[in-house]
Write a new protein. Structure first.
Lengths: 241, 600
């Protein structure tokens, strides 16, 4: 009997989890329907922040202050808080891929439902240099010959914050992407308020977090031209993997 | 925000490098650049820097720090006085939380005319239309320093005795204003307005849009100029509710320093007197509680502990100097602590980490090394849910099932989202079955194209049922569609299994057009290469239209072999017609016969 086919996103998650596991990261999962507290407030996103506007976020009907998670970052405070309650203090290392939602019309590069992967490392001595190493390790695992670079950016839940670009080099790169810089993910040092909100002392502990869409790396890796294929359940697409 | 290099140049004595160099400097040390067109950079200022960087002066300051070239002068660092004062316009602020500062200036005897060439050119370079010298002057100061202003024609305001009265208050339900854009805006009680208190009319939507009836026109000779400071949230909500975004509202909603208002009005008055003549009667300044100075401290050790760098005290001092920060560094303490006086416009700098970011970006993120994570003291846990999902995934794939993801949105369910674009399928699914059944039906239509005898798919996904969010495993195949809860593995597992990942190198786009199936059966002499010879004929004759071939029947009799093939024909460019498919088949029949074989 011929084998069936794994969805490219599942394949990427399997690959990423292997890389992270070897670096000491535990895979964790959490709810898709989430409180505004874990999705926004605990992450230092103020009540009046534009990201919380109705045109970006799905709000649940008749369930006050409840949303479909807009990113995987809701797991940051959820996980740390749960550990602290059990009396387990950092170091923490977790990775958490999953489906996230944006309230937007879909086109070739935008989907209302898509996949993200985020990771968090917190300890007494976790630095931005560790973050660079970890991102490089992940990207080299997924793309082989790849360079990354940081650019300044802004997110309410990290300080300093950076945008990370990737440049795929070498003969295996897609022709139209080879040696070009592509925006890949957002990253930064966890904002002290986020640690505080989880009950972790920011005077003693610090860490990094980075989050990336998975659809985009999959598109870059395999030369997929339309993000909607990922969620099409179309075997003309899936059976190529 | 559009930034003109010529305009930037006025802040410097030395010649600035070319726009691409400026664009790179900003990209790697401050802000993303959306585009560079000629001498105009489109700069995407991050939300945390809307306070200070939405102006040519703000970007000049960044360039100065990044490239280490001094500013000729910084209008925000020069002392400012709003003298002389006048009481000809009386300003009342009902709630200073919504309007922390209101400055004004009364100018008489000016002449409204077209702007001088230099002013017109500067505004046009950043995509602004020149209107007249007064309006242009207020716009110029906004794009130059970041302080929005608004000019009223005083003679169109209500006068009592020799004075005018302005009240800053929330709008009353039912109030309306015709804006300078000739549109009528209906106001609500959450919107902040400027009222002509003598006339009892709303004359401006605070910080967003002035009113047409009191606007400047060719006949204006006396004006009241306003430079105020507004509560960001109120401005943003009003701007959203009215669907009215202006350059002024964009700046106020990001919150700017009330200190800027005094600089803005002073500069605007000077420019107006210079290009429109007239005489300044005096200034008004309502500033109930002034902005408190703030200090933030950081040590050399803290900086390096966060960034993983080996920066020295000198490196950090140099960054602060380049940014124009005033600071002290206590040599005596072992921590080498810097204490920085935060510049009034830098409302973003509140905690030590903010200073670390300033240091990192000015030094350059390329200076952050890569360091392996320290060894984690214990082995990571294996997630029981993910382990179970991976195991189920591999089991099904081994049995010929392919994995799909379908939408979580459904036409019915227990829970729904309140604000879905278009309003379709607002419910969260209670089952995987419906989505899988629909996906199965769609794929069955492509069975021949896929070269599959039967379609078998599965999904591992979340459903919301019985008040719970849970993970289900669903399958769809000809025998039916079913699902069951995906239960976490009960075993104690120390490692994930080594499961295969996709080895595919490249995805090949497929045709979106319908396909046509044709069968062909033929007799040929027994020949071990018979099938490949037939395939070569099909490939040759059908060319790009041949999507798939499948040998579905064969037998041998009397030294001859019979083969039956199913051909799938499809175009990448259009829907193939029966006639076109028949024509392809005619070519194939002819080639088969020419090989001496017999079409059955």
């Amino acid at each position: 009997m011929p084998r069936g086919h794994i969805h490219p996103i599942s394949s990427l998650i399997r690959e990423a989890n292997r890389i992270f596991f070897d670096m000491g990261f535990t895979f964790v999962d959490g709810p898709l329907v989430e409180s505004e507290w874990y999705n926004f407030d605990a992450l230092n996103v103020p009540k009046d922040h534009p990201a919380r506007d109705a045109q970006d976020t799905f709000f649940m009907k008749d369930e006050p202050e409840t949303v479909l998670r807009t990113h995987m970052s809701n797991m940051q405070v959820r996980y740390m808080e749960e550990r602290v309650k059990k009396g387990i203090m950092p170091p923490y290392r977790i990775v958490y891929p999953g489906k996230v939602f944006r309230n937007e019309a879909t086109d070739m590069t935008h989907e209302a439902e898509f996949f993200q992967l985020e990771c968090l490392a917190v300890g007494e001595d976790i630095t931005m240099a560790h973050m660079r190493f970890t991102i490089e390790r992940l990207m080299k695992g997924m793309f082989k010959d790849v360079e990354i670079r940081f650019r300044p950016s802004y997110f309410p839940f990290t300080e300093p914050s950076v945008e990370v670009d990737m440049c795929v080099t070498g003969p295996d790169a897609l022709e139209k992407l080879r040696d070009k810089w592509i925006e890949l993910l957002g990253a930064g040092m966890v904002h002290p308020n986020v640690l505080k909100n989880a009950g972790v002392d920011p005077e003693k502990y610090q860490g990094f977090a980075f989050g990336m869409g998975l659809d985009r790396p999959a598109m870059l890796r395999w030369g997929i031209d339309d993000i909607r294929l990922m969620h099409s359940a179309d075997l003309r697409f899936i059976n190529q993997f | 925000m559009k930034i003109s290099q010529n305009w930037l140049q006025i802040f410097f004595d030395v010649q600035l490098p070319d726009s691409q160099t400026l664009a790179d400097a900003l990209t790697f040390h401050a802000f993303e650049i959306e585009s560079v067109e000629g001498d105009v950079l489109d700069v995407k200022v991050t939300p945390n820097r809307g306070h200070d960087a939405l102006s040519h002066r703000g970007i000049a300051k960044e360039i100065s720090a990044i490239l280490n070239i001094p500013l000729k002068g910084d209008p925000l660092r020069e002392p400012v006085s709003l003298e002389p004062k006048t009481d000809i316009v009386k300003v009342t602020i009902e709630d200073p939380k919504l309007c922390p500062r209101f400055t004004g200036a009364y100018i008489r005897g000016l002449k409204v005319e077209p702007s001088p060439e230099w002013l017109r050119a500067r505004l046009e370079a950043v995509g602004q239309k020149s209107i007249n010298n007064i309006v242009d002057a207020t716009n110029y100061i906004m794009f130059d320093m970041g302080q929005p202003l608004h000019a009223f024609d005083v003679e169109k305001l209500g006068k009592k005795g020799e004075s005018y009265a302005i009240t800053v208050r929330l709008a009353k339900k039912g109030e309306k204003l015709i804006g300078l854009d000739d549109k009528e805006y209906r106001l609500t009680s959450s919107m902040l307005v400027i009222e002509d208190a003598n006339a009892g009319n709303v004359v401006s939507i605070a910080g967003i849009k002035g009113g047409k009836p009191t606007g400047i026109d060719e006949t204006t000779t006396d004006m009241f100029l306003e430079a105020a400071n507004w509560n960001g949230v109120t401005i943003r909500k009003t701007s959203q509710a009215l669907k009215l975004r202006t350059d002024a509202s964009e700046r106020f909603q990001q919150v700017i320093s009330p200190e800027l208002a005094a600089r803005g009005i002073r500069a605007a008055v000077e420019l107006i007197l210079q290009i429109a003549g007239g005489e300044l009667t005096g200034f008004i300044d309502e500033y109930p509680s002034s902005q408190k100075p703030r200090k933030v401290s950081i040590s050399v050790e803290q900086v390096n502990a966060v960034l993983g760098t080996n920066l020295t005290k000198r490196n950090i001092a140099e960054v602060f100097d380049r940014l124009g920060f005033v600071y002290t560094c206590d040599e005596a303490t072992p921590h080498r602590m810097f204490e920085v006086d935060v510049l009034f416009e830098r409302l973003d700098l509140t905690i030590p980490e903010d200073l670390i970011e300033e240091i990192a970006r000015i030094v350059g993120y390329d200076k952050i090394p890569a360091a392996p994570l320290p060894v984690f003291p214990k082995k990571p846990d294996v997630n029981a849910n993910f382990y179970a999902a991976e195991k189920a995934r591999e089991n099904l794939i081994a049995k010929g099932y392919s994995e799909v993801f379908t939408s979580v949105f459904a036409e019915k369910g227990e829970r729904a989202v309140a604000n879905k674009v278009g309003g379709e399928k607002p419910y969260l699914r209670t089952t995987l079955v419906d989505g899988l059944r629909e996906a199965h039906e769609r794929n069955v239509r492509n069975k021949d194209l896929l070269g599959l005898k039967e379609i078998k798919i599965f999904e591992i996904g979340t459903v919301w049922n019985d008040g719970k969010e849970m993970m289900m495993l669903g399958t769809a195949e000809p025998a039916g569609v079913r699902e069951e809860p995906l239960l976490p593995s009960g075993d104690t597992i120390s490692r994930y299994e080594e499961l295969p990942t996709s080895t595919t190198e490249r995805y090949e786009p497929f045709s979106k057009y319908p396909f046509i199936v044709r069968d062909i059966a033929m007799w040929m002499p027994e020949d071990p290469d018979g099938v490949s010879k037939a395939l070569a004929i099909f490939a040759n004759e059908a060319g790009m239209l041949l999507r798939h071939v499948h040998l579905f029947d064969q037998f041998k009799k009397d030294g001859r072999a019979s083969y039956a093939f199913r051909l799938v024909l499809q175009s990448f460019e259009k829907t193939l017609t029966d006639e076109e498919a028949n024509a392809v088949m005619q070519h194939i029949y002819a080639a088969v016969k020419a090989s001496g074989w017999e079409v059955r």
